[in-house]
Design a protein around this ligand. Structure first.
Ligand code: C2E
Ligand code: CA
Ligand code: CA
Ligand code: CA
Length: 278
């Protein structure tokens, strides 16, 4: 145990030993979870604010832990990224999301895309593009119905990200820039990269009915997206007031608890897709 620590001698302290043990336990649990199908995807609808029409769903991973119950990704994605388990989880999530969306399409559900989150480690995975192409082929989902959510932190190496995004764009996958406005990168990449949509981060939405700075930032992002010919969606909408601000400022697409929480596939289907079927 001690040799594996980054902090050398400090690891003799009990607290760190315990933390490390917990980590190893969780890592082996997570390894097992992948093998034994304990991971599942929930889907959160993205809607056209004025019509309430569902225009897409975001796939969000959950871990149905045998003793700890349903765990949210914040509790295990960071560990998965550190350990490299994110490659397996990410590939699984992509395949499962595409399979599910194809199943919904085939059952007469709306022809909408599914958004899948990519971690920065995955983004730099050597065979990412091939792996996505294989998954689309395997599941039969048309590329235009897959949207990848990436973050500004992945744009740090402009040449590499340009190469990856151009390849993905070439075979028709959509790219969405998640948590927009929270990264530290410059805006210059926006003009050269094939980005279809900006997702305004929830941190700008939370106080938007009272906070003038947030209002200015959000209105500016909406205007910028429009000028750059990109779609824009706001996330984390929880109240009618927040929704009103966005629709008054011409942001037509929203995602948030106000409309729906992320739900298991069967509930999404029963709540939103059944009316579409003949
Ligand atoms: P994210 O991509 O920014 O996803 C949005 C998060 O906000 C989700 O949390 C969602 O449940 C939550 N959310 C949606 N609407 C509202 C709202 O109105 N109010 C509030 N307070 N929260 C809202 P979740 O599912 O816990 O996911 C957290 C993060 O974990 C995600 O943030 C994403 O970065 C990561 N994640 C989830 N699934 C995956 C995955 O399959 N792969 C990777 N690499 N990361 C994932
Ligand atoms: Ca996301
Ligand atoms: Ca986000
Ligand atoms: Ca986030």
């Amino acid at each position: 145990v001690k040799k594996n620590g980054k902090n050398g001698y400090q690891l003799f302290s009990n607290e760190l030993d315990n933390q490390l043990l917990l980590r190893f336990e969780m890592e082996s649990d997570l390894r097992k979870a992948i093998k034994e199908n304990e991971l599942t995807l929930h889907y959160q609808p993205q809607v056209q604010a004025l019509s309430n029409e569902v225009i897409g769903v975001e796939a969000l991973v959950r871990w149905n832990h045998p003793t700890k119950g349903m765990l949210s990704p914040g509790l295990f994605i960071p560990l998965a990224e550190e350990t490299g388990l994110i490659y397996d989880i990410g590939t699984w999530a992509l395949r499962e999301a595409c399979r599910q969306m194809k199943e919904w399409h085939d059952a007469g559900g709306p022809l909408i895309p599914v958004s899948v989150n990519l971690s920065s480690r995955q983004f730099h995975q050597a065979n990412l593009v091939e792996s996505i192409r294989d998954i689309l082929e395997e599941t039969g989902l048309e590329a235009k119905y897959l949207e990848l959510e990436i973050t500004e932190s992945m744009m740090m190496d402009p040449d590499l990200s340009t190469e990856i995004l151009n390849k993905l764009n070439d075979f028709g996958v959509r790219i969405s820039l998640d948590d927009f406005g929270t990264g530290y990168s410059s805006l210059s990449y926006l003009k050269q990269l094939p980005i279809h949509r900006l997702k305004i981060d929830r941190s700008f939405i939370t106080d938007i009915t009272q906070n003038a700075s947030d209002q200015a930032i959000v209105a500016t992002i909406i205007a910028m997206a429009k000028h750059l010919n990109m779609e824009v969606i706001a996330e984390g909408i929880e109240t009618q007031g927040q929704l009103d601000f966005l629709t008054e400022n011409a942001c037509k697409e929203i995602q948030g608890y106000y409309f729906s929480r992320p739900l298991p596939a069967t509930e999404v289907e029963e709540t939103f897709f059944v009316p579409y079927r003949q």
